[in-house]
Design a protein around this ligand. Structure first.
Ligand SMILES: C[S@@+](CC[C@H](N)C(=O)[O-])C[C@H]1O[C@@H](n2cnc3c(N)ncnc32)[C@H](O)[C@@H]1O
Length: 268
């Protein structure tokens, strides 16, 4: 029986996911797309906040070349170990990896960076505290770019919340806070940025990406209410949800495996 354990910290969650994280090609495409849209130039100093396995940091280091400098920051030692292996395998000498909370980086002086990137990370961070710290770290005129799922995506997570309701749990959509272009723009303005471009696109998952959907939803940091279920209730919920997911995969794979995403940019 799989009893949920919502008390895992975000570090534990990502330490556990580290070994297979970069095997999910949508993670790679999502991070590289943010970097492509940010279009970093040679020689830039870049902070990759919540760098994970270093996907955006590596793409940024390739773009900025030997005169650039990229700092990747993450709280998960497991993700950073994978990042270190990928950076070494790519032979990139301009990436520094730092284990730290990306919302509090006193080791870096004001104006230390030309560009701050955060790919798929703000979902786990206090948004305003993070954006304000990154604004401090940017030089005047420096750019910020982050990515986020649109509200209601991924569809598998929406299905999970719908099933949770049937089991008496009212779960909120963690993507909703930044889930529209208007909300991204407003969050940037609230933190003191001038909002620049916003790009809405879709991203495609593979059915393999859903294999650990139950664990991802129940052990992640967003749905503490799962802890109120007994082991038996959780098991019934798990069976209902995984059956519904398999059914949706058979009947409506296209919609299930496509997510709307937002890439948002601002200027200090
Ligand atoms: C979904 S992953 C994204 C990783 C990477 N940016 C990418 O695009 O593949 C979220 C990352 O945020 C990190 N994280 C969560 N809270 C953090 C914090 N307060 N400071 C730094 N990293 C954090 C996690 O450890 C995890 O590696």
């Amino acid at each position: 029986m799989t009893a949920p354990n919502p008390r895992d910290s975000v570090e534990t969650v990502f330490d556990r996911r580290a070994a297979t994280y970069s095997n999910h090609t949508w993670h790679v495409r999502y991070a590289e797309r943010l970097v492509a849209l940010a279009a970093p130039m040679a020689g830039m100093r870049i902070l990759d906040a919540a760098t994970g396995t270093g996907l955006a940091a590596i793409a940024a280091a390739r773009a900025t070349g030997p005169t650039g400098h990229v700092v990747g920051v993450d709280v998960s030692a497991g993700m950073l170990t994978r990042a270190r292996q990928a950076v070494d395998a790519a032979g990139l000498l301009t990436i520094e990896l730092v284990r730290a909370d990306a919302t509090t980086l006193p080791q870096f002086a004001d104006g230390s960076f030309d560009l701050v990137l955060c790919s798929a990370g703000l979902l786990y961070l206090p948004v305003q505290a993070a954006l304000r710290e990154w604004r401090r770290l940017l030089r005047p005129g420096g750019q910020i770019g982050f990515s986020t799922m649109a509200a209601g995506f991924p569809v598998a997570a929406r299905l999970f919340r719908n099933h949770a309701r049937r089991h008496g749990l009212a779960l909120t959509d963690p993507a909703s806070a930044l889930g529209t272009q208007a909300r991204c723009r407003q969050a940037l303005r609230d933190a003191g940025f001038t909002s620049a471009k916003q790009v809405g696109e879709t991203i495609r998952f593979s059915s393999r990406d859903l294999e650990h959907a139950w664990e991802a939803h129940t052990r992640g940091p967003h749905h503490d209410a799962i802890a109120t279920l007994s082991a038996e209730q959780a098991e019934t919920f798990r069976r209902d949800y995984t059956d519904a997911l398999a059914d949706r995969l058979r009947t409506d794979a296209d919609r299930l495996l496509t997510a709307e995403v937002i890439y948002a940019f601002g200027e200090r």
